[in-house]
Design a protein around this ligand. Structure first.
Ligand code: CO8
Length: 260
């Protein structure tokens, strides 16, 4: 399978630019997730890399979230492997000691939103047509506890509860108001603003910032680490149910119909 992203490390700034490039919508397939985790691990071990900017090389879309085809009509074994890769992506990103900035230059539902939430800072294109949020319930599925906790840790309990129950997708301006993203800038300035922001984060003594990040995030990370197997079993049991498979099928059809 061909590469789903490009990674460019600028050795003069210590910033790596990771650009998702998996048409049509940067959906998170098993291949995508595996490549993402490998790339992040390499950067994490590279002393010359201090920060990563995540962005999309595709117009209008950051990431459509988990690839629904990886969860529909697949064997329990496949679902296990897929979910493990989703966990791995999130654990590596949420737990990264590097500074991570999401340059959200398009829509970012569900798993796309999770990727952005796992970063330290979110800059989104100031375009009301782009939306972001954890819309799982709209698909008839339930965001796992660590999606929920990452959301609570970002926007607070009340906003997280409303967002998650209703499966709300927020326009960029609304996402800013509730704190789901930190800053809106013109579309063409999203990536440059991300690198400028990075400079501010680099100005803080790295060890102190890293320990602080770890203290803030460790409880949520540890909860997943100590329940990883249960979390996989829950996912597989849930996603392979006939009723859930039916919901996913209907949702995929609604995506297709929308176009026709
Ligand atoms: N997976 C697979 N295929 C997708 C996905 C996806 N997530 N999203 C879009 N596609 C496909 C479409 O079906 C379409 O395919 P085709 O050309 O064959 O008809 C193609 O990509 C292009 O899509 P659109 O025409 O819809 O493109 P637009 O530019 O109009 O819209 C959007 C882009 C906004 C991203 C839109 O496609 C969309 O809303 N997609 C669905 C996003 C979504 O709801 N994702 C949720 C996935 S679930 C998840 O991430 C977390 C699950 C948590 C686990 C729960 C545990 C039980």
């Amino acid at each position: 399978s061909s590469s789903k992203m490009t990674v460019d490390l600028d050795s003069s700034t210590g910033i790596a630019m990771m650009r998702f490039q998996s048409p049509p919508v940067n959906s998170l397939t098993l291949d995508f997730l595996t490549e993402f985790a490998t790339n992040l691990e390499k950067l994490e071990m590279d002393k010359g890399c201090r920060g990563v900017v995540l962005t999309s090389a595709l117009p209008k879309i950051f990431s459509a979230g988990l690839d629904i085809r990886e969860m529909y009509g697949k064997s329990p074994e496949h679902c296990r492997e897929f979910w493990k890769a989703v966990q791995e992506m999130w654990l590596k990103l949420y737990g990264s000691s590097m500074v991570t900035v999401a340059a959200i230059n398009g829509s970012s539902p569900a798993g796309g939103c999770l990727m952005a939430l796992a970063c330290d800072y979110r800059i989104m294109a100031d375009n009301p047509r782009y939306s972001i949020g954890l819309n799982e319930t709209q698909l008839g599925i339930v965001a796992p506890f660590w999606f929920k906790e990452n959301m609570v840790n970002t926007v607070g309990h009340r906003m997280a509860e409303i967002s998650l129950q209703l499966g709300l997708l927020y326009s960029a301006p609304d996402a800013l108001k509730m704190g789901l993203v930190d800053q809106l800038v013109a579309e063409e300035a999203v990536v440059t603003t991300a690198t400028e922001t990075m400079a501010k984060w680099f100005a803080v003594p790295g060890h102190a910032r890293q320990i602080t990040k770890s203290v803030m995030r460790k409880p949520t990370i540890d909860k997943l680490l100590s329940n990883r197997e249960d979390d996989i079993n829950n996912f597989v049991t849930f996603i392979t149910k006939d009723s859930i498979q039916k919901s996913l099928k209907m949702y995929m059809e609604s995506l297709r119909k929308k176009k026709a």
